[in-house]
Design a protein. Sequence first.
Length: 151
Amino acid sequence: MPAYLLGTQALADAARNDTTPVHRWAASQVLDEDDVVTSVVSFTLFKHQIESLEPARRAPWQRLFNAALARFRACDGILPVRLDTALRAAELRSMRLETDTADRREPLGDLGRLVAATALEEHLVLVDKRQPYHAALETAHGLTFLDPYAR
């Protein structure tokens, strides 16, 4: 049974070939292949990030995306959006949840809320870079969160 859900930033960093905080965190744990999963929504957001790059910069990221997709598919590690997850995400829409961008805070989008709802509904530890909305979800909904970037 999975224990950890990689959020979008953690998924993108796990896909990279160099050592990232996500790689260091995973190396410090005793993890089975099926202990770490991600959401189909995180793959959607990751793909969107690639598509928003200048065309000349997309190819290496697309290769990393494809390799990560194949790895997670091989171990059945991509969680779909189920009805209970979608309903939980709808509940989260009533909360003011914000992310930090380079110079300002922005509301957390619906897809980000689906990732958080997946962690809540599947009772998984969300692994990602801490954002302001994580504290609100920890307090109000009991989200369990791990930030490998803070180490």
